[in-house]
Write a protein that binds this ligand. Structure first.
Ligand SMILES: NC(=O)c1ccc[n+]([C@@H]2O[C@H](COP(=O)([O-])OP(=O)(O)OC[C@H]3O[C@@H](n4cnc5c(N)ncnc54)[C@H](O)[C@@H]3O)[C@@H](O)[C@H]2O)c1
Length: 256
């Protein structure tokens, strides 16, 4: 796909990976429709894209809300006339063990709450379903041979402490593959990215130096990934029409 002049919607675009992807697509000549819950950070991101010479449109939206997902994808088309790429990146963490047990007594002292479960499922699974569905609607109606790029995670294989997150990301990976099949008759592609540990706020917030060293020790390349490395992967998927129905694990070789 030719990126110059394309319209690229990116959700969760005020965050670490979303912003890096906005820069990468805008630098390559796309109009980026950047969306997030956080209105102020989104406005700042628009300024940053424009300062680099790019074109950005901000749409505040909660991807877990059906009406917001519909409005976001419709607005991308009404304001730019097209929709070529939808990067479904908005996501949250609410980590916790399934059950926590007191070492002394052997009694259960805590459980992963239904609230923790539901919050992550709402954004990381339902949000991807809704925004992916609405992107497909707009691509079909505008006869776009576009691409949907959901952001999963290596945690989709099952990462201890992340029952909610791993379940959602495994679901994202499954949707990505099945959408490639369902949408092929419209020549719409679907291919995702499963990042490993990337140095963004989501990961670095409250990270202590010894915890960072421990993480780095399990990554075969010996360091966390950079947001720009994930952004380059999203651009590659969009540009290369042969990439379809797969999840690229971009993780420095980490095994979860
Ligand atoms: N950073 C990593 O190591 C890593 C690894 C694997 C996967 N991922 C995935 O990459 C994506 C981006 O992660 P990040 O590291 O940039 O996180 P981040 O916290 O920096 O950014 C996430 C963004 O999503 C937004 N958001 C949250 N809920 C939303 C909602 N309901 N509607 C719209 N926007 C919402 C937040 O406001 C934030 O700006 C997530 O899906 C995450 O699960 C990240």
């Amino acid at each position: 796909m030719e990126i110059k002049g394309a319209t690229v919607v990116i959700t969760g675009a005020a965050g670490g990976l979303g912003k890096a992807m906005s820069f990468a697509f805008a630098d390559a000549g796309a109009v980026v429709v950047i969306s997030d819950l956080r209105e102020d950070s989104l406005a700042a991101a628009v300024n940053e894209v424009e300062a680099r010479g790019g074109k950005a449109i901000a749409v505040t939206a909660d991807t877990s809300k059906e009406a917001d997902a519909e409005r976001l994808m419709k607005e991308a088309v009404s304001r730019t006339g097209r929709l070529d790429v939808a990067v479904l990146n908005a996501g949250i963490l609410r980590d916790g063990l399934l059950v926590r047990v007191d070492k002394e007594t052997g009694k259960v002292k805590g459980k992963l709450s239904l609230d923790q479960w539901q919050a992550v499922i709402d954004v990381n699974l339902t949000g991807v379903f809704l925004t992916g569905r609405e992107a497909a609607v707009q691509m079909i109606e505008t006869k776009s041979k576009g691409v949907i790029i959901p952001i999963a995670s290596v945690s989709m294989h099952g990462n201890p402490g992340q029952t909610n997150y791993s379940a959602a990301k495994a679901g994202v990976a499954a949707m990505t593959k099945l959408w490639a099949q369902e949408l092929s008759r419209f020549r719409i592609r679907s291919a995702g990215i499963a990042p490993g540990f990337i140095a963004t706020d989501m990961v670095m917030k409250d990270m202590k130096p010894d915890a960072l060293a421990k993480w780095e020790s399990v990554i075969p390349i010996g360091r966390l990934g950079k947001p720009e490395e994930i952004a380059a992967s999203a651009l590659f998927i969009a540009q290369n029409d042969l990439v379809n129905g797969v999840i690229l694990e971009i993780s420095g070789g980490v095994k979860v």
